[in-house]
Ligand binder design. Structure first.
Ligand code: FRU
Length: 524
C-alpha cells in the first residue's frame, strides 16, 4: 500500500479501504499482535459488519490480513453480522475444539441477526435480535469456524431483562487465574447494566453478577472490559479496571461517543467499585478515560503477561464518524496505550503511555529551550507527522482569572499565515490541558466538530507542566503529565499546513522546552 492519500494516518492503523469501527479480539501470541476490528467489506460507512484483521510484530507496523469473519450472506442476503467481541487462546483446550495438538483460539462475539430465522442449531431468533456466539481457529487466528451446532451459545438476556434482546452485546472474555475459570463481561446497552458470566469451557455460561447503572449513563453502554493492574507496580496491591463506552454520552464538552472507567475489586464473580468513586447515575464522579472526542470502544490485549495491559481505541466518534472527509477508507485506531495505575496527588490515576516502536519511526529530535516565551515564537515548517514533548513552568494566575485568559502551548498543523491551525496547550487559570480544533482545516462536515476539548491536569510537584503530543496526518493525541490526562482528536488540515509556533497568552511563560521529532511512515 502507498498510504499517501490526503489525511491518511502514517503511524496509526487504518484499513486500505472501507469502513472500520471498534477494535475486536486483541490478542498476542507467538510474537504477533492481532488486531481484529468491526469492518464493512462492502463500503465506507457502517454496514455488513464483519471482522477485519491485521497483524503486527511491534504494534507499529501493521499488515492487513484477509477478513476473518465475513457477514453471513454477504453481500446481498445478509442473515448474520459479526458485532464486537474478543479472542482468547484456550491453552488447556477447555473447549475441546483443539485437535492434533493444535491449541484452539476462541472468538466470542455478538451475532446480530437482521432477519427472523431458525438457525442451524435449531434456535429461533427474531429480526434484530442480538446473541452471543463463538468461533474457533486452529491456525492462530487466520481462519475461523463458527460453532453452528450451538450458536448463539447465549441466546437471550437473563429472564429479568428479557425485553433487552435487541441490545445485548459486546462480550469481552478473559481467563481468571485465581478462580481458574473463564469470565465474560457484556452489556445490556439501553439499561446501563453489565452482565458477568463464568464458564469452565467457553461454551456453557452462568450469569454470576450484574453491575450498574452507576456514574455516567448517557446513551447506551457498550464494549465493556475488565482487567487487573497493580498500583505503583506493587503486585500485592491489585485494582481492577472496568472500562465502558457510552454512545452518545462522552465526557463533558464532547458530543457523541466516549469512554469512562471504574476502579474497584473483582473476586471472580462480582465487580465492586471503590467507595467514594461512584454515585447513582451522574457525571459527577465519572472517570473519563480520554477527554477528547475521538476515543471509543477501547479494549485491551489478551495473551500478554498477567499485569501487562495494552489497549487500543477506535479513533473516531459516532456523532460524525461516517462523514469524515477521508477516502477510500474511514476510521483509524489510536496509538496503542500501555496502562498502569499510579498514585498522583493522593489519587490512584490510570496512566497511559503511548506504545509504539518509536526507535524505528522517530527521527532524531530537535530540542530548543527558551528562558521565556511571550506572545508567539515561530518554529517554522516542521511537518505533518510528529512527536512533540513540550514542558514549561506553571504560572500563577490572578484570583478569578477565567478560561482562556492565560495559556501556553503550541500551534501545530498550521498554514503559513496561521489562519488554519490546531492549538494544543494548557490553561493556567483552570488547570486544564486543551486541544482547539476550531480552525483545523475541514471542520464543516459536522456542526459539532469545530470545538475545544479540555482535560484536568495538575502541574507536577516541581511546578512544570508537560505535554507529549502525537500528531499524524489527521489526528492529535495529547498525553499530559505522566499520562494521567489524555485528549484524542481528529483533525483534517490542508496538506500544506505544516507550520508550528509556540504561544503564550496573558503574560509570558518561563522555562519552555520543546523537543520535536518527525515520525516516518510505517507503510513505506
Ligand atoms: C460500538 C458498537 C458495538 C457493536 C458494534 C457494531 O461502537 O455499537 O456496541 O458491537 O459497534 O458495529
Amino acid at each position: 500500500e502507498s498510504y499517501t492519500e490526503p489525511y491518511r494516518p502514517q503511524y496509526h492503523y487504518s484499513p486500505a479501504k472501507n469502513w472500520m469501527n471498534d477494535p475486536n479480539g486483541l490478542v498476542y501470541d507467538n510474537c504477533t499482535y492481532h488486531l481484529y476490528y468491526q469492518y464493512n467489506p462492502g463500503g465506507d460507512t457502517w454496514g455488513a459488519m464483519s471482522w477485519g484483521h491485521a497483524t503486527s510484530s511491534d504494534l507499529t507496523h501493521w499488515k492487513e490480513q484477509p477478513v476473518a469473519l465475513l457477514a453471513r450472506g454477504f453481500p446481498d442476503d445478509i442473515t448474520e453480522m459479526f458485532f464486537s467481541g474478543s479472542v482468547v487462546i484456550d491453552e488447556r483446550n477447555t473447549s475441546g475444539f483443539g485437535s492434533d495438538g493444535k491449541i484452539p483460539w476462541i472468538s466470542m462475539y455478538t451475532s446480530s441477526y437482521p432477519v427472523e430465522q431458525v438457525l442451524p442449531s435449531g434456535k429461533q431468533v427474531r429480526a434484530n435480535q442480538q446473541g452471543q456466539s463463538i468461533a474457533y481457529s486452529l491456525d492462530q487466528g487466520e481462519t475461523w469456524t463458527t460453532y453452528d451446532e450451538a450458536n448463539p451459545i447465549i441466546l437471550e438476556p437473563p429472564a429479568q431483562y428479557q425485553d433487552q434482546w435487541e441490545n445485548f452485546r459486546d462480550p469481552n472474555v478473559f481467563w481468571h487465574e485465581q478462580t481458574q475459570q473463564w469470565v465474560v463481561i457484556m452489556s445490556l446497552a439501553n439499561i446501563h447494566k453489565l452482565l458477568i458470566y463464568t464458564s469452565p469451557n467457553l461454551k456453557e455460561w452462568t450469569l454470576v453478577s450484574v453491575f450498574g447503572p452507576l456514574n455516567a449513563v448517557g446513551g447506551q453502554w457498550e464494549c465493556p472490559s475488565l482487567f487487573p493492574l497493580p498500583v505503583n507496580n506493587d503486585e500485592s496491591n491489585i485494582k481492577w479496571v472496568l472500562v465502558v463506552g457510552l454512545n452518545p454520552g462522552g465526557p463533558p464538552g464532547t458530543v457523541g461517543s466516549g469512554t469512562q472507567y471504574f476502579l474497584g475489586d473483582f473476586n471472580g464473580t462480582t465487580f465492586t467499585a471503590d467507595v467514594g468513586s461512584i454515585s447513582a447515575p451522574s457525571n459527577d464522579t465519572a472517570n473519563w478515560f480520554d477527554r477528547g472526542p475521538d476515543f471509543y470502544a477501547a479494549i485491551g490485549y489478551n495473551g500478554l503477561p498477567e499485569y501487562e495491559r495494552t489497549l487500543i481505541g477506535w479513533m473516531n466518534n459516532w456523532q460524525y464518524g461516517q462523514s469524515i472527509p477521508t477516502s477510500p477508507w474511514r476510521s483509524a485506531m489510536s496509538i496503542p496505550r500501555y496502562l498502569s495505575l499510579r498514585t498522583i496527588g493522593q489519587k490512584t490515576a490510570l496512566v497511559q503511555t503511548p506504545q509504539e516502536n518509536w526507535a524505528s519511526i522517530a527521527e532524531e529530535a530537535i530540542v530548543s529551550a527558551f528562558p521565556s516565551v511571550a506572545d508567539v515564537h515561530e518554529l517554522g515548517d516542521i511537518g505533518k507527522a510528529l512527536e512533540i514533548q513540550l514542558t514549561f513552568s506553571s504560572r500563577e494566575t490572578a484570583p478569578g482569572a477565567v478560561q482562556g485568559s492565560s495559556e501556553s502551548g503550541i500551534s501545530i498543523r498550521a498554514s503559513e499565515d496561521f489562519s488554519q491551525q490546531t492549538r494544543v496547550g494548557y490553561d493556567f487559570a483552570t488547570k486544564q490541558a486543551f486541544v482547539d480544533r476550531t480552525q483545523s482545516g475541514n471542520v464543516s462536515f459536522d456542526s459539532t466538530f469545530a470545538s475545544v476539548y479540555f482535560a484536568p491536569l495538575s502541574p507536577a510537584p516541581d511546578n512544570t507542566v508537560s505535554l507529549r503530543i502525537f500528531v499524524d496526518w489527521s489526528s492529535v493525541e495529547v498525553f499530559g503529565g505522566q499520562g494521567e490526562s489524555t485528549i484524542t482528536a481528529q483533525i483534517f488540515p490542508p496538506d500544506n499546513a505544516t507550520y508550528a509556533r509556540l504561544f503564550s497568552t496573558g503574560g509570558s511563560t518561563d522555562n519552555v522546552q520543546v523537543r520535536i521529532s518527525k515520525v516516518r511512515s510505517t507503510w513505506a
